[in-house]
Design a protein. Structure first.
Length: 518
């Protein structure tokens, strides 16, 4: 009979020892750092209502969610934490004194193309500061993120800070509606960071806005007829004529789901809308100019100030970034390579103000080691002041936060040679010499465990030499040997593996002796 070989799902990982210990310790250290800033832990379900993420997470995430329907309910696996935490805040925490500071860690899921550092199941570790506005809160979040990397041993990273205010104001100034704004913001990263062809980005945004969409010749012909009808007969007359034409032709459009009157109303609305092509093109040019001006403070502020004045835009976003970075410096997180880039978009629809990302550039090139392939984003976050209200919150609650990709942080630490060996998971190995010694050995192990020590008991009766080899191989620092002679004298032998020394101790003093050896 053929045996079915079951493999893990592509894009997921089995965390075997010591990999699991590395990630658990890294998670613990990051969250312990957040708690020193006054943040408290929260967890949310892996399964959420699909609508939670369709509302505000944006096109990039929405297209990559794992979704399913169960008993007519549309559900998904959590693709990111912020929306879930904000939903939990609205459900449970609105009566708490503000700001509410929360930190979290857990699995998230997106249908990505698997590669090193990019998985379909990955771990986010982050925090949210809910109910605080202004540069003081932004600076705290920046400091908590950068300080967390220093706390786990990563020194070489780059901080990129932006602000969506300038782009959002320009889009409103150009008369681009909320839907168009969301589409342009979602494509800012492709345009500025990934250097996508601007023409392709413009065409993509316009197509999503319902302008110049190809592939539906019949609908396009109907849409091109409507401007002529509007000019000749006005909106009511055009509607009557077009409805009559569709009814006479007996067209079964859209699978019969809409009546001719509904189809005409929709097409008339579309036909009467001004062509946004030029506005989208101007917005795209502005985003590219912002990216070209990106650089370190304070020099960059003068160039950006001139560009905003050129377009008649408010200087408030630039002031917000300048003030937040000024306060950030007071946290004493030294040696951070900072760049200001107002074209930073983050690809998430709910961001409204200051945004930032942290990049690991890779170890420097050296003999026998090539230059790094490119920067790896290990953290991202920003301000999302409208998210609580959009999820049903009673009151306006400004918020900001960030999340680390835990696996990427681990890879960065490995590349730097800064990933510490996980702490020994076992403090002592208790070795019964023969079968008749097992019962007493169980009691010795029990006493040590009740004292808070991690103890492994040999249940295979490998013998003394075999157990010493086992302790050496697995880094177990102490071995307790218990045979007939030790039973008779009630004095087990304690061996310190690092010193290669052993001595007998009174059974009542074993716990203190093991602690001293550790």
């Amino acid at each position: 009979m053929d045996v079915l070989e079951l493999q893990r799902i592509r894009g997921t990982n089995d965390l075997i020892p010591p990999e699991d210990a590395h990630l658990r310790e890294l998670t613990r250290d990051l969250r312990a750092h957040f708690e020193r800033y006054g943040y408290r832990g929260i967890d949310t379900p892996v399964i959420e209502n699909l609508d939670l993420f369709l509302r505000k997470s944006g096109e990039e995430i929405a297209a990559r969610m794992y979704t399913f329907t169960h008993w007519n309910r549309k559900l998904c696996l959590r693709p990111e934490f912020t929306a879930s935490v904000m939903r939990a805040y609205v459900n449970h925490l609105q009566d708490r004194a503000l700001p509410v500071r929360l930190h979290y860690a857990g699995a998230t899921f997106r249908y990505e193309k698997p590669q090193r550092g990019r998985y379909r199941q990955f771990t986010e570790v982050g925090l949210e500061c809910i109910g605080a506005d202004g540069p003081a809160a932004d600076a705290e979040v920046l400091a908590a993120a950068c300080g967390a990397l220093r706390a786990v041993g990563l020194r070489r990273y780059r901080l990129v800070v932006g602000h969506l205010g300038a782009v959002l104001e320009l889009l409103r100034q150009l008369g681009i509606g909320e839907h168009g704004q969301a589409l342009i913001l979602a494509n800012m990263e492709h345009l500025a960071r990934r250097r996508a062809d601007p023409t392709e980005v413009i065409e993509r945004v316009l197509a999503l806005m319902g302008v110049g969409a190809a592939g539906d010749d019949e609908t396009a012909d109907e849409s091109s007829l409507l401007p002529t009808l509007l000019a000749e007969f006005g909106s009511k007359g055009a509607a009557d004529v077009a409805t009559d034409l569709l009814s006479r032709a007996n067209l079964a459009l859209e699978g019969g789901a809409r009546t001719p009157e509904e189809i005409v109303r929709r097409l008339l609305t579309k036909a009467g809308r001004p062509d946004p092509t030029e506005q989208v093109r101007r917005a795209t040019d502005f985003i590219l100019r912002l990216h070209d001006l990106a650089g370190p403070p304070p020099e960059v502020f003068g160039h950006l100030d001139a560009l905003l004045q050129e377009h008649g835009l408010d200087q408030a976003p630039l002031r917000a970034v300048r003030e937040a970075l000024s306060l950030f410096e007071r946290y004493g997180v030294s040696g951070v390579d900072v760049s200001v880039d107002l074209s930073l978009g983050r690809g998430l629809r709910y961001y409204t103000g200051l945004v930032f990302e942290l990049y690991y550039e890779g170890p420097p090139a050296s003999r026998g080691r090539p230059a790094p392939a490119g920067p790896s984003q290990i953290c991202g976050g920003g301000r999302y002041d409208d998210l609580v209200r959009s999820l049903g919150g009673r009151d306006h609650a400004p918020a900001c936060g960030f999340s680390f990709g835990l696996e990427r942080v681990k890879l960065a630490l490995e590349a730097e040679g800064a990933l510490p060996a996980p702490a020994g998971e076992v403090d002592a190995l208790v070795v019964p010499v023969a079968a008749e010694d097992v019962a007493d050995a169980i009691e010795l192990a029990r006493d040590l465990r009740e004292a808070g020590l991690a103890v492994e008991l040999d249940v295979r009766l490998r013998g003394v030499k075999g157990n010493l080899r086992h302790a050496d191989r697995h880094g177990i620092p102490t071995v307790v040997i218990y045979g007939q002679q030790e039973r008779d004298q009630r004095r087990p032998i304690l061996r310190a593996m690092g010193l290669r020394q052993e001595h007998s101790v009174d059974r009542t003093e074993l716990v203190d002796a093991v602690r001293a050896a550790l």
